[in-house]
Ligand binder design. Structure first.
Ligand SMILES: *Cc1c(COP(=O)(O)O)cnc(C)c1O
Length: 361
């Protein structure tokens, strides 16, 4: 029996992909902002109403670029509940993560606790719209303005999400996305950064191409974060299929919701009001870790492989060396399990998953 994993990479039409590769062969141009990268930027901007976009080689380097520009080796207010890339980027840029606990239902950084964590060394806030669920962006903006801080959003999970009718990528001084193969929209490896300000755009743009400002001139320090034409070809092939992808994923989410909503022992993710969500992940919360481990084992016995996203709470990773205690995040990280969610899950498979969980709870 084949395994039902937490996710399965969606592959677009091979013919469409091949046709993009043909243009690549004709152009003999593989990277350095070729036609396909520019075409993908334009289509994403138009289809999703983006203020701006710079495509990148993955979803981690853009976080590092934003922190290089705004972190200034200072303290970065951040969430303990995210993928490790969020915290690791802060340490990589020689800044100090200062964790602020999360909201127990939305699972995003608890905006009410941010101001307490600000010191004269704080330079920026780096928060994650976890599972594509928006942070309280208005409250965070007010705090940032008041204390003269920059706001960076790790929006790795947010492809296609709108908040109050606008793309979630348009919020914050900089926001970043991942187009990794396991994400909703992908270019195998890849990502993007977004901003709303011409000056920041220029700084991001120079930074992602070695700081070049013309062939012989440099605006400043930079790195190589460019997306290649091969990656863009994958993205362009995925793009026409995204409505279908999100639609199919929604069916899976609806199935789970129908089966779990009335189960008191399971807590579901609360999506923030006025959000059009993208069905990117399906996390469920159990009452304790023991229950989670028992259910995970039962699922594994049935060839179902969910994932403990996100575990551990990032303040608990050894090399982070944090002395902070994050009771909500630590509790959630021990009790949360992401269920399989991808295009092509059959009703029979979904029935197996939900029945196994409900029987074992
Ligand atoms: C996937 C992910 C990243 C990293 O993206 P890559 O493209 O793999 O570098 C960063 N943050 C979060 C929250 C993620 O889920």
């Amino acid at each position: 029996m084949t395994k039902i994993n937490v996710t399965k990479t969606y592959l677009p039409s091979q013919d469409v992909y091949q046709s993009y590769l043909n243009t690549l062969w004709e152009n003999t141009w593989l990277t350095n902002r070729g036609k396909l990268v520019i075409e993908l930027e334009q289509k994403l901007t138009k289809n999703y109403g983006l203020n701006s976009i710079i495509l990148t080689n993955n979803g981690t380097v853009p976080i590092q670029i934003a922190l290089k520009l705004f972190g200034n080796l200072g303290e970065i207010i951040t969430t303990p509940f995210s993928y490790v890339a969020t915290t690791a980027s802060i340490l990589w840029e020689n800044c100090k993560p200062v964790f602020v606990d999360i909201h127990p239902e939305y699972l995003t950084i608890d905006e009410a606790k941010i101001e307490n964590a600000i010191t004269d060394k704080t330079t920026a806030i780096l928060a994650t719209h976890v599972y594509g669920n928006p942070c309280h962006v208005e409250a965070i903006e007010v705090i940032a303005k008041k204390h003269n801080l920059k706001v960076i959003y790790d929006a790795a999970h947010c492809f296609g999400v709108t908040y109050k009718g606008r793309s979630l990528f348009n919020y914050g001084d900089v926001s970043t996305c991942s187009f990794h193969a396991t994400k909703l929209f992908h270019t195998a490896e890849g990502g993007a950064m977004f901003c709303n300000n011409e000056d920041i755009y220029k700084q991001l743009f120079y930074s992602h191409n070695f700081g070049h400002n013309g062939p012989l001139e440099f605006h400043g320090l930079g790195i190589n974060a460019k997306m290649s034409e091969l990656q863009a070809a994958m993205g362009l092939s995925m793009l026409p299929e995204m409505d279908y992808v999100i639609e199919e994923r929604k069916k899976v989410v609806d199935y789970y919701n129908t089966n779990f909503t009335s189960v008191d022992a399971i807590q579901l993710l609360k999506i923030r009001e006025e959000t059009e969500w993208n069905n990117s992940y399906y996390p469920i919360l159990f009452k304790d870790e023991k229950t989670l481990l028992r259910i995970e084992q039962k699922l594994n016995e049935n060839n179902v492989v969910p994932r403990r996203y996100f575990y551990p709470s990032l303040n608990k990773i050894k090399y982070v060396n944090s002395t902070q205690d994050m009771p909500v995040s630590q509790s959630i990280a021990c009790r949360i399990l992401c269920l399989p969610l991808y295009v092509g899950l059959t009703e029979k498979e979904l029935e197996l998953i939900t029945k196994t969980i409900i029987a074992a709870i």
